[in-house]
Design a protein around this ligand. Structure first.
Ligand code: FDA
Length: 410
């Protein structure tokens, strides 16, 4: 008995899978989209605080290394330049979805992420896509075609709803973050099944943690947010971000830390300038010349008062009126605030990470189509690939662009 046949089967109905399915279907292909989760596109639903930061206007497709991390950030150049933020914005506008720009080119839906999900589902419907959800995938086999056959072989897929086959198989199962809403290592295991190399995975865009005793003096600052400059890495590979930092009970979070976490290497320090827009030595010297206030009170005019109190309480030299503090003590205070060096002990892990760094090695894929060079008809798109964007809509743009590249090659 022959199995139900599709031109393409896409596993994973998240951002990349839904978009790829709609595009491929609208090209006239018979597409089956499979996802094991009860609810469709849960990660889009929770993204951007429920408003989905769906792309970023500042993305420069010609310079992907500016906003993407991975062993070869240039890999995504082709897909990003053939499907740009402007293309996705045009689609959002075509569907009448109101949106706004928030910060550094980040675009969000005005109402809710549900608008973006509804748009992707409507695009699938327009393409006549069949969606099986929830539906688990049990086993995948590749049947190579004999030399006399024109097609390159087919994929036989055993699912909870029975066996199916397809000429092309697209893996869009995403990364490992937020397992409770359906993230699995399916894509990585499938890559291993077909001997596709993987780059080591670790949580990205994730809060960083510090050991209990070392962090105790700062735990009282939990909830405090302030603009900082944060950096990591040796001179040549140094990465720095000017963003907001958030103190938590266990460590540091906020956009500054999420961004730097994708570059931070275990065991290495971070450097944080807690007052990047202030000339601290000059401001403290001026304070000393005109004020008799406590150092902490004078400092509170330059940085948030909770931080000023906590910092000044660290040394006896700083717990006195500023006019009585030595120049040396004030210089030390300025220096420490401008270059707070600390080494995280870990991250909050996949439960809190927005993305997974690493994944399917881009060396194994065609940058034009996302197809595996050594495995005909097998494609990987979206976050499962070793391409990770910065915070700010870059990860969704990669999902859309890689899905588009694949859909137009199927
Ligand atoms: P995605 O995770 O979207 O989809 C994968 C799908 O595969 C899921 O539906 C899953 O159920 C399915 N699946 C997994 N295993 C399976 C299996 N074994 N069998 C069948 N199906 C399986 N990015 C951004 O650009 N802007 C933003 O605002 C945010 N905000 C944000 C907030 C939070 C809290 C998180 C965790 C992440 C973000 N992101 C983001 C990142 C963004 O959500 C992410 O990069 C994309 O959703 C990746 O799209 P994919 O389609 O590759 O995976």
């Amino acid at each position: 008995m022959s199995l139900p046949f599709f031109d393409a089967i896409i596993i994973g109905a998240g951002a990349a899978g839904l978009f790829c399915a709609g595009q491929a279907g609208q090209r006239g292909l018979k597409v089956l989209l499979i996802d094991h989760a009860d609810k469709v596109a849960e990660k889009i639903r929770i993204s951007g605080g429920g408003r989905c930061n769906f792309t970023n206007r500042d993305l420069d497709p010609a310079a992907p290394h500016k906003h993407f991390v991975g062993q070869n950030p240039q890999f995504c150049r082709s897909a990003l330049s053939r499907y740009t933020p402007a293309d996705f914005i045009a689609l959002v506008q075509k569907h009448g979805i109101p949106f706004h720009e928030k910060h550094k080119g980040q675009l969000f839906a005005d109402r809710s992420a549900e608008d973006i999900i509804a748009m992707l589902l409507a695009e699938c419907e327009a393409g006549g896509v069949t969606r099986w959800q929830p539906c688990g995938v049990r086993k995948i086999d590749f049947l190579a075609s004999s030399a006399s056959e024109s097609c390159r072989g087919s994929y036989q897929i055993d699912t909870d709803r029975g066996p199916v086959s397809a000429g092309a198989l697209v893996i869009a199962t995403g990364g490992l973050s937020i397992p409770k809403i359906g993230a699995t290592d399916f894509g990585y295991r499938l890559a291993q099944q077909f001997n596709i190399p993987l780059v080591e995975r670790k949580p990205g865009l994730v809060p960083l943690t510090f050991d209990g005793a070392g962090w105790a003096p700062y735990a009282q600052l939990a909830g405090l947010a302030l603009p900082v400059q944060i950096s990591t890495g040796a001179k040549k590979s140094r990465m720095a971000f000017d963003e907001d930092l958030l103190f938590t009970h266990r460590g540091l979070s906020g956009p500054a830390v999420l961004q730097i976490s994708s570059y931070w290497q275990e065991g290495t320090p971070l450097a944080i300038n807690l007052a990047p827009t202030v000339d601290l030595p000059a401001a403290l010297a001026q304070g000393k010349a005109r004020s008799r206030k406590l150092v902490s009170n004078e400092l509170a005019t330059l940085v948030p008062s909770r931080l000023a109190d906590a910092w000044a309480s660290r040394e006896a030299d700083w717990q006195r009126p500023i006019n009585e503090a030595s120049d040396k003590a004030l210089a030390r205070l300025a220096e420490q605030l401008a270059r707070w060096e600390l080494t995280p002990t870990g991250t909050e892990g996949y439960n809190k990470a927005e993305v997974t760094l690493g994944g399917v090695d881009t060396k194994a894929l065609s940058q034009q189509t996302m197809e595996c060079k050594a495995q005909p008809g097998l494609y990987f798109i979206g976050e499962v690939v070793d391409v990770t964007g910065w915070l700010g809509g870059y990860n969704f743009q990669w999902a859309w662009a890689s899905a588009h590249a694949c859909a137009h090659a199927l």
